[in-house]
Design a protein around this ligand. Structure first.
Ligand SMILES: *[C@@H]1O[C@H](CO)[C@@H](O)[C@H](O)[C@H]1NC(C)=O
Ligand SMILES: *[C@@H]1O[C@H](CO)[C@@H](O)[C@H](O)[C@H]1NC(C)=O
Ligand SMILES: *[C@@H]1O[C@H](CO)[C@@H](O)[C@H](O)[C@H]1NC(C)=O
Ligand SMILES: *[C@@H]1O[C@H](CO)[C@@H](O)[C@H](O)[C@H]1NC(C)=O
Ligand SMILES: *[C@@H]1O[C@H](CO)[C@@H](O)[C@H](O)[C@H]1NC(C)=O
Length: 512
């Protein structure tokens, strides 16, 4: 930049014929300086990223990663469906007082509560620097990166649209302030990354509404919900905005690597910016993220929901049950720490409306009042209650979504509407999320490997309670058998064929 400036100021004097040669010389020197500056910048970045990667790979967690340690850290990547695991599994397993205070961004982790056993958060992996690393097991869920970007976009707009009940933004801020001072609950706006994405979309929605009103317009020619610029920011614009670059794209990789915009480690921001600037450096980040996934107790997939939930119940749930039961008989887990800091169990509940009382509230109080959750629950029972729990959650989420999107109708996000999005935009999303795409493939490989071994290790009677697993096990047993049969048949045919031919040839030879 500086060099350009100097060149410009020399430009004027270069008009003089005599100094032309000198000027050409200067320009060449300038170019060289510029190139070497760029090269230096790259080298510097490469060094920074490598130092970070080496030190991250260095830290061995050691021991058996498949054994649940004292603290369970649920690394919740936004829009992967982690909430249902929290509401429908973990809350049923862990009594409230064993839950660590949520560290949703500005509230951050509270190290005073040393004996907590469960931490569920959108914080990135660098959170582990605040935890007893050797005694912590990490679990996470990954989702197809394209779907995750869609979902992030839709949710940003959906939550922002709830504010459109207000006549203007001034009214929004006044109302929010008033509610903040009254209630202590967490709102979506406190939680990374929504604390950035929602206010951004909210401002945008209000601006578009004002523009629409001033033009007296309330319809659109477009029938593509992802491209109705009079009503909401088009997807294409959203994905190309710098804020998305910093928060949304490759978000899973950065979160697992501990490099998000919300990281606890000082060098994270430099490393992230370097990787965003020089794509080739992404391989170091991927290397770290993959190693982290390898070391996790469990990696689920949003897409394979049924299998993921079943495996979660068997791998994580079963161990939590036996761990807490053992602790109850020997230790003093009744040694209660302060009350849970946050009464609102649903951070996604809308902030400016009445707090939703539809889930879990009574459960929480009962566990807070001293009784432990029914830990003599079996894995089968856990799965059964999960089914009911998740369908309730889905109904309530979708109700809220429909109500919220009505405010920006005709925009309506759905599976069918997504089909309208052009291949060009999809390609752009793919390219902006190249690291996440590779990490997701890696996670799938881990998942299917674990799926296989889990099914082999668990005993038959456990499956009987759970139809989904019976289905799973027959599929997994039948598939290899079927493949073997087909292969044997194929082999048989080949051999027969070859024999016939050799026979024919022999006969020909004999004839001639
Ligand atoms: C915003 O809405 C409130 C409530 O209707 C109104 O009193 C105020 O004048 C509005 N402010 C602006 C800048 O339009
Ligand atoms: C994180 O991203 C948001 C939105 O782009 C930005 O406003 C904020 O300053 C960033 N924070 C850091 C620490 O980089
Ligand atoms: C909140 O809900 C209660 C009843 O559940 C109702 O009495 C109250 O008016 C509501 N408040 C607002 C601001 O909607
Ligand atoms: C833990 O122990 C208490 C009494 O010591 C008992 O009432 C409770 O049911 C036990 N909880 C579990 C999960 O075993
Ligand atoms: C949006 O689509 C869903 C189904 O995809 C439908 O149930 C809902 O009524 C639609 N909302 C509007 C406002 O058209």
């Amino acid at each position: 930049m500086k060099v350009h400036f100097i060149l410009h100021s020399f430009n004027a004097s270069c008009m003089d014929h005599n100094t032309l040669k000198f000027c050409v010389f200067l320009i060449l020197v300038g170019l060289l300086v510029n190139i070497s500056f760029a090269k230096n910048d790259f080298e510097n970045c490469k060094r920074v990223v490598k130092v970070w990667a080496d030190s991250s790979l260095d830290k061995e967690i050691g021991e058996d990663n498949h054994k649940l340690r004292d603290l369970l850290f649920f690394l919740h990547i936004p829009r992967t469906g982690g909430r249902t695991y929290f509401q429908c599994f973990l809350k049923k397993l862990y009594p409230g007082y064993l839950e660590c205070p949520r560290s949703y961004d500005k509230l951050r982790f509270d190290p005073r509560k040393k004996k907590c056993r469960l931490l569920v958060t959108h914080d990135d992996y660098s959170m582990i620097s605040k935890l007893p690393r050797q005694r912590t097991s990490v679990v996470t869920i990954l989702r197809d990166p394209i779907d995750r970007v869609f979902s992030t976009y839709e949710f940003s707009i959906e939550v922002a649209a709830r504010f459109l009940v207000h006549p203007n933004l001034t009214s929004v801020t006044q109302m929010t302030k008033r509610l903040r001072s009254k209630t202590k609950g967490i709102s979506t706006l406190d939680i990374w990354p929504w604390k950035y994405l929602v206010p951004w979309m909210r401002e945008d929605l209000f601006a578009r509404r004002d523009a629409r009103y001033s033009r007296g317009l309330n319809t659109t020619e477009s029938n593509d919900s992802y491209d109705m610029e009079d009503f909401a920011m088009p997807l294409k614009e959203y994905i190309n905005h710098p804020a998305s670059g910093d928060i949304v794209h490759n978000g899973a990789t950065f979160q697992v690597a501990g490099l998000t915009n919300n990281s606890y480690i000082a060098e994270a921001h430099e490393v992230r910016h370097c990787v965003q600037k020089y794509k080739i450096l992404g391989k170091f980040v991927l290397q770290v993220a993959k190693k982290r996934l390898d070391d996790m107790l469990y990696v689920g997939l949003t897409e394979d929901h049924r299998e993921s939930a079943t495996m979660f119940a068997n791998v994580v749930g079963a161990q939590v049950i036996s761990q807490l039961n053992a602790a109850n008989s020997s230790l003093d887990i009744g040694d209660k720490i302060e009350q849970r800091s946050f009464p609102d169990s649903d951070p996604h509940s809308s902030e400016h409306q009445n707090s939703t009382s539809d889930r879990g509230a009574s459960k929480v109080t009962s566990s807070e009042s001293g009784e432990t959750a029914e830990l003599n629950i079996t894995v089968g029972e856990l799965m059964n209650s999960y089914e009911g729990c998740i369908s309730n959650l889905r109904t309530s989420y979708s109700g809220r979504r429909i109500a919220s999107l009505k405010r920006i109708s005709p925009v309506n996000f759905s599976r069918e509407a997504r089909l309208q999005v052009s291949e060009e935009v999809l390609q752009e999303i793919r390219s902006l999320n190249d690291l996440d795409i590779e990490l997701y493939e890696y996670a799938r490989a881990i998942f299917y490997r674990q799926h296989k071994t889990t099914l082999q290790t668990f005993t038959e009677e456990r499956w009987n309670n759970i139809p989904s697993i019976v289905y799973g096990i027959t599929l997994w047993k039948v598939l290899p058998l079927a493949i073997t049969c087909v292969f044997l048949l194929f082999l048989f045919l080949v051999i027969v064929n070859v024999r016939r031919r050799t026979l024919k040839i022999k006969m020909k030879v004999m004839k001639s």
